[in-house]
Write a protein that binds this ligand. Structure first.
Ligand code: MOS
Length: 766
């Protein structure tokens, strides 16, 4: 099975002795786990937080990008003379501008494209860019650039992409890579041993990231030094790409991302908008802001690709899985993508005989990018509906069927055991909180409105790795500073990391300042994502804070003439166990005052060598289906998550509720619609692309943390939450819809149009 995309790359483990691995796991915690509001909540809600998009620099110019309006075309000529003469226009870039021939989509076989590639492989590809004094002048200038296009035939249907007569997206055809096959056991023997077999083809729609904060960058040159404020999940990766692009030392490139309004995987890399801002800034000698419009963000900064997944699964009468086979065909868009959509088939359930076959094809549409659990929600859509169908066929409760096949080892990793597997507990506790048994027996209703319940399980497949680092400083007055390179995507990373400092140093959260995501001033952290941000950074922060604490205790022991081991920290003071009289607030320690600051660097140690640490989940949905209109309403929801330790109950709930809402959109309304005649996206805006809104969210949601007290995964016990929160949501809803009306909806989304047609076909339309 293919490895996950490059953003999960790991680096070497840190030197022994400097990492967190020497620390004992936490027992009960005082600050960690509490439902504390975000440390930057006031800035975020008052509007005083300066996001990349808010930045205003003296003399700053505004960029706008001219994009190819066709699904597939070749640029034969660009005339920018009228644009250059427009008022306020300071620079225009095209493929032929000296210095603008930047290779893009670079693979081992070479670059597949360029910053401005005359071969436009999808609607929205970059053709030219303008910098002007105002945004209006920049957009006006775009309108007078004349481009001569050779409009080419396109392919947007993945099931047509490999036909001999299909238009080639790239020279060499539309197969991204040879079909990827994973196999274990004996599939035929497995099916022969089954008492029941089900098989069905499922299709998932393309989902668009649409983070609240648009994609954009502001670039400024100071001589040969480049500073870019970027809305990115990983400042260090963007720095490397910019350094390479401009042939600069890493030390001369500074990338800053203090506040983020979401990325969901679409902001891991340097965007073309960032490269264009930097180029235009160099050309004009002025700072340049390049922020995409909402409409542009639908076309060219990524998506969750669609998939056609055929699953065949067999089980014994008692529910034991004997074989699973899956064939997946996914279009990645016009450029490569490297995630796998077959993972869950091979590792979520114990099953000796498995075969997966994955084929990725190019089509003339925007490129796939990592998107909140890349590959997992589509796979869940197919696999978890398959499990449901199998349960029905053998007459077993869907929860029981899943419980029968709980893995204790990672079958994709040589059967290495998990540090903890909370999957059974998620299913059992979740079912209890949901009232599953009773709900299964409830009448479905006989009128126009039918009720149904569904369950789906899930897991995430990639643990975090070293090497994150952090610096903690304790100042003479007892306040502290935390320095970490991690982007806070809006999930509360800064808050959770500050809680770790507060926990170790026993100081209040509001005495801790956090400096983050600035390659010029902060410690290295990998890009935030992959449900790894907390579990790669928090152990490093803990190591740094613990080292400061050790130094503080040593100072106190010296000054108070007591052994360090007898002292403890409580409420910003040094105290002694068994001596209630001793209470020395940090500022009263003379040596601390003399030194002004205690400082330590912490690293995250390696993962356990012989085990695998991953999060698990089970979600339960109740839906109401209107059999006349085909509308589906999610009435209530239970999300039981084994993500290890809850670091902050409030941000934990936010993460899960957000994941559920994203899953509701995926299940019911979200889909990129390409016009069959033109290949152009017809719903590239927030009006026609239907996100689930507050109106679609069930009022009754229970977020149920299942904490197995994992002391082996890392020194904080956290296993990652962001992605598991959305992996099985849509499948649970699809299973609930089936329970309500007895109609299996194989294709996402379960739109009213599709469902009404299916109801009519099955004779159950109200
Ligand atoms: Mo995510 S796809 O790891 O932002």
């Amino acid at each position: 099975m293919r490895a996950m995309g490059p953003y999960f790359a790991s680096s070497a483990a840190p030197e022994a002795g400097k990492s967190d691995t020497a620390l004992a796991p936490w027992g009960e915690t005082a600050v960690v786990g509490k439902p504390l509001p975000r440390v930057d909540a006031a800035e975020r809600v008052s509007g005083s937080a300066v996001y990349t998009l808010d930045l205003q620099l003296p003399g700053m110019l505004h960029a706008a990008i001219l994009r190819c309006p066709h699904a597939h075309a070749r640029v034969k000529g660009v005339d920018t003379s009228r644009a250059e003469a427009m008022p306020g226009v300071r620079a225009v870039l095209t493929a032929s501008t000296p210095g603008a021939a930047i290779p893009w989509h670079v693979t081992r076989k070479g670059a597949l494209s360029a910053l401005f590639d005359p071969h436009c492989r999808h609607e929205g590809e970059e053709v030219a860019a303008v910098a002007a004094d105002t945004p209006y002048q920049a957009y006006d200038a775009l309108r007078v650039i004349s481009v001569e296009y050779d409009i080419l035939p396109f392919v947007s249907d993945p099931e047509r992409a490999l036909d001999a007569d299909a238009p080639a997206v790239h020279e060499g055809g539309n197969l991204q890579a040879p079909t990827d096959v994973y196999e274990r056991g004996d599939l035929q023997a497995g099916f022969a041993a089954a008492d029941a077999i089900v098989e069905q083809t499922y299709r998932t729609a393309v989902q668009i990231h649409t983070p609240m904060e648009l994609h954009g960058s502001v670039a400024r040159w100071d001589g040969d030094r480049l500073t870019v404020w970027d809305t990115t999940q990983g400042v260090f990766g963007v720095r490397s790409q910019l350094a390479q692009m401009f042939k600069l030392p890493l030390s001369s490139v500074r990338v800053i991302s203090h506040y983020m309004g979401g990325g969901f995987g679409s902001k891991f890399e340097l965007g073309k908008y960032g490269a264009i801002a930097a180029l235009l800034a160099r050309t004009t000698g002025r700072p340049v802001r390049c922020v995409l419009t909402r409409e542009e963000s639908f076309l060219c900064v990524g998506n969750r690709p669609s998939n056609v997944i055929t699953v065949k699964a067999g089980a014994k009468r008692d529910g034991t899985l004997t074989a699973i086979e899956a064939r997946l065909k996914g279009p990645v868009g016009a450029y490569p993508s490297s995630s796998t959509s077959a993972y869950l088939v091979a590792d979520l359930y114990q099953c000796p005989n498995v075969r997966t076959e994955e084929t990725d094809v190019y089509i003339n549409a925007g490129q796939a990018r990592p998107f909140r659990a890349p590959g997992f929600p589509p796979c869940s859509w197919a696999l978890e509906q398959t499990l449901d169908a199998l349960a029905e066929k053998i007459g077993l409760d869907p929860v029981e069927l899943r419980l029968k096949n709980i893995p204790t080892v990672s079958q994709l990793r040589n059967n290495r055991p998990y540090t903890s597997t909370g999957l059974a507990a998620c299913l059992r506790e979740g079912a209890k909180a949901f009232g599953w048994s009773a709900a299964r027996k409830h009448p479905r209703g006989r009128g126009l409105l039918r009720r149904g319940v569904g369950v789906a399980a899930g897991m995430w497949g990639y643990p975090g790795e070293p090497n994150a680092s952090a610096i903690v400083k304790l100042f003479a007055d007892g306040s502290a500073n935390l320095n970490s390179g991690a982007s806070d995507l809006g999930t509360g990373t800064k808050t959770v990391l500050a809680q770790v400092v507060a926990e170790e140093l026993s100081i209040p959260l509001d005495r801790i300042e956090v400096e983050n995501a600035d390659t010029g001033t902060t410690q290295y952290a990998p890009a935030s994502g992959g449900s790894q941000t907390v579990l790669v950074n928090a152990p490093a922060v803990r190591a740094a804070a613990a080292a400061v604490k050790a130094e503080l205790l040593a100072i106190a022991a010296d000054e108070l003439k007591r052994p360090a081991a007898s002292l403890l920290l409580r409420n910003g003071a040094v105290e002694a166990a068994g001596d209630p009289g001793l209470h020395v607030p940090f500022p009263e320690l003379k040596e601390l005052g003399r030194r002004e600051v205690l400082m330590a660097v912490g690293w995250r140690g390696p993962n356990p060598a012989t085990k695998v640490a991953l999060p698990f989940v089970a979600q339960f949905a109740e839906v109401e289906v209107d059999t006349t209109t085909g509308e589906v309403r999610v009435v209530r929801f239970v999300a039981a998550h084994d993500s290890g330790r809850v670091m902050n109950r409030l941000t934990y709930e936010s993460q899960v509720i957000g994941g559920i809402n994203m899953g509701i959109g995926y299940a019911l309304t979200e889909q990129r619609v390409l016009d069959r005649q033109t290949g152009k996206m017809v719903n590239a805006n927030w009006h026609d692309y239907k996100l689930a809104t507050a109106m679609d969210a069930p009022a009754d949601v229970i977020v149920l943390p299942i904490d197995p007290h994992d002391t082996e995964c890392n020194t904080t016990g956290a296993k990652g939450l962001g992605e598991p929160a959305t992996i099985p949501t849509a499948s649970a809803i699809a299973n609930a819809v089936y329970d309500a009306i007895g109609v299996r909806v194989a294709d996402s989304p379960i739109s009213p149009m599709q469902l009404a047609a299916l109801l009519a076909k099955s004779g159950t339309r109200g």
